[in-house]
Design a protein around this ligand. Structure first.
Ligand SMILES: [Zn+2]
Length: 278
């Protein structure tokens, strides 16, 4: 690919990565970001076959489990541990950099070196986070295609998170991830002809599938607080995603809701990185 330069400047020749060869390029832009040049390439992606089938599924996004998803019969729980640990590392390291930089003089060598290191770190860790998010969303989409799902309801955690979760910084971080994961899911599902609909997830994780009484949950397995019912033992996030599906499809919680009989646990398929992020 060749970018023409302005007057007195040589044109810029760039070798395209293999995955972009033979694909129609719509727009190319060279931008200055985090102390280095980035090439943004907008391409037209090839047409994909649309999913056949009219099944519905629901996703309960979370932190320990990035995605819990069910179509009513089966469920899959995709681990979010790797994502969370990368975020923690990002926050911790970033705080360290900010503190160190604030102690240096403006324009000093030390400051420039620290800034370079900070940008290197951010570029590296953000790519890794992005990679994990891609792996999680790709797995969720594959699961939907295999089961002929054409509509996916996704719980919107922003309403729940605002009130009762941790420090401001962490909250912002996780909201950023949820937003990013949702956008990736939406985009990947859309290419397969699957619709993603955001729904209010309030009450879905705590509502008992047997008696529909709400109990605030604290553990990883569901426990009903209604003494006459005593339902317990199911995976909390599976109950959550099943609740989202029930509430979205039937508009109310169904008494005696049948939980998915098969639950599969998986970790996002991530390529091992050769270079550790500091
Ligand atoms: Zn109950």
């Amino acid at each position: 690919m060749c970018l023409s330069g302005s007057r007195n400047q040589k044109e810029l020749r760039i070798k395209l990565p293999v995955r972009l060869r033979g694909i129609e390029i719509r727009h190319v832009q060279l931008v200055w970001h985090r102390n280095q040049y980035w090439l943004h390439v907008v391409v037209e992606k090839p047409f994909l076959t649309k999913v056949q089938g009219g099944n519905k599924a629901a996703i309960d996004p979370g932190e320990v489990h990035a995605v819990a998803m069910t179509d009513g019969n089966e469920a899959v729980v995709i681990s979010g541990r790797l994502l969370r640990s990368l975020h923690r590392l990002r926050n911790k390291k970033l705080r360290w950099f900010q503190r160190a930089i604030s102690r240096t003089k403006k324009g000093s060598r030390r400051r420039r070196k620290l800034l370079d290191a900070k940008y290197r770190f951010l570029n590296n860790i953000d790519r890794r986070i992005e990679h994990v998010l891609h792996a999680i969303s790709a797995e969720a989409v594959r699961w939907c295609i295999d089961r002929g799902v054409s509509i996916v309801y996704v719980g919107d955690p922003s309403s729940v998170r605002e009130k009762n979760c941790g420090s401001k910084h962490n909250q912002r971080m996780s909201q950023w991830t949820f937003g990013k994961l949702r956008r990736l899911l939406e985009y990947k599902l859309k290419r397969q002809g699957i619709k993603l609909i955001s729904v209010d997830e309030r009450g879905t994780a705590g509502t008992c599938p047997a008696c529909t009484v709400y109990t605030k949950q604290s553990g990883r397995t569901y426990k009903c607080g209604n003494k006459d019912c005593g339902f317990k033992g199911a995976h909390r996030d599976v109950v959550g995603s099943s609740g989202i599906l029930d509430k979205s499809v039937n508009k109310v919680f169904t008494k005696g809701r049948v939980l998915p009989s098969k639950v599969q646990y998986s970790r996002p398929m991530v390529l091992a990185s050769k270079k550790k992020a500091v």
